[in-house]
Ligand binder design. Structure first.
Ligand SMILES: Cc1cc2nc3c(=O)[nH]c(=O)nc-3n(C[C@H](O)[C@H](O)[C@H](O)COP(=O)(O)O)c2cc1C
Length: 194
């Protein structure tokens, strides 16, 4: 598949097998995140890769309850229901066996490019994962999740007390059939020619 074909066919997956993802693949996905572009080339984000389903479940439960579930409003997916669609889902990480957490320096909070930096890392990682046959889903609420006192000790344990988690990437092998391409809304591409 060409890169564009991969970009077109990749989907957010929220149903995972308990099968662990190979360490070599997780390291490649993490490296893809590190090679993301960053504002002024400052390479601010640090990426934590967690290969521990129990720990992921613990953080995921806090994540699912970090904001009111209806906050964004509306419906997300029937085939791959999100925590907004299905209130019975306990973890905001959908019981994925591996998880990447993209953090930025705390002192950068509010600076214009820091959130963009974090999401560029996440995007690189979901594409690398797809290329490796690993499914993924970007999940937000990083700051709110780690505002919970029970989560602060983890950052300390990881030597990241001066970092702020922004975004998560759930990783794992899909449980079920991969969903088809999601059609794009009309009128979103404007092409200016001389
Ligand atoms: C900025 C951002 C935040 C997202 N946050 C969540 C989230 O908290 N939970 C979730 O299940 N999916 C989340 N997603 C995944 C989107 O819901 C998903 O990409 C979207 O529904 C389109 O589906 P597709 O990726 O299959 O095309 C997020 C995606 C982005 C880009």
């Amino acid at each position: 598949m060409t890169l564009l074909e991969q970009i077109r066919t990749r989907r957010a997956i929220r149903k995972y097998l308990p099968t662990r993802v190979e360490k070599e693949k997780l390291l490649m996905i993490q490296e893809a995140g590190l090679f993301a572009p960053s504002g002024s080339g400052l390479q601010g984000p640090k990426i934590v890769m967690i290969d521990d389903p129990e720990l992921i479940q613990r953080i995921g439960i806090v994540n699912a309850n970090a904001q009111p579930r209806s906050a964004g409003g509306g419906h997300v997916s029937t085939d791959q229901p999100s925590i907004v669609d299905d209130m019975s889902i306990k973890s905001g990480f959908y019981h994925c066996p591996a998880l990447a957490i993209v953090t930025i320096p705390k002192s950068w909070k509010g600076l214009v490019n820091c959130i963009g930096d974090a999401f560029c890392c996440a995007e690189n990682m979901i594409l690398e994962a797809y290329d490796l046959g690993v499914s993924s889903c970007i999940v937000g609420r990083g700051e709110d999740t780690f505002a919970d006192p029970s989560m602060q000790s983890l950052l300390k344990e990881w030597g990241l007390e001066d970092y702020l988690p922004i975004v998560f990437v759930c990783l794992g092998y899909i449980n079920g059939k991969y969903p088809p391409i999601k059609p794009r809304k009309e009128g979103r591409a404007i092409y200016i020619e001389k």
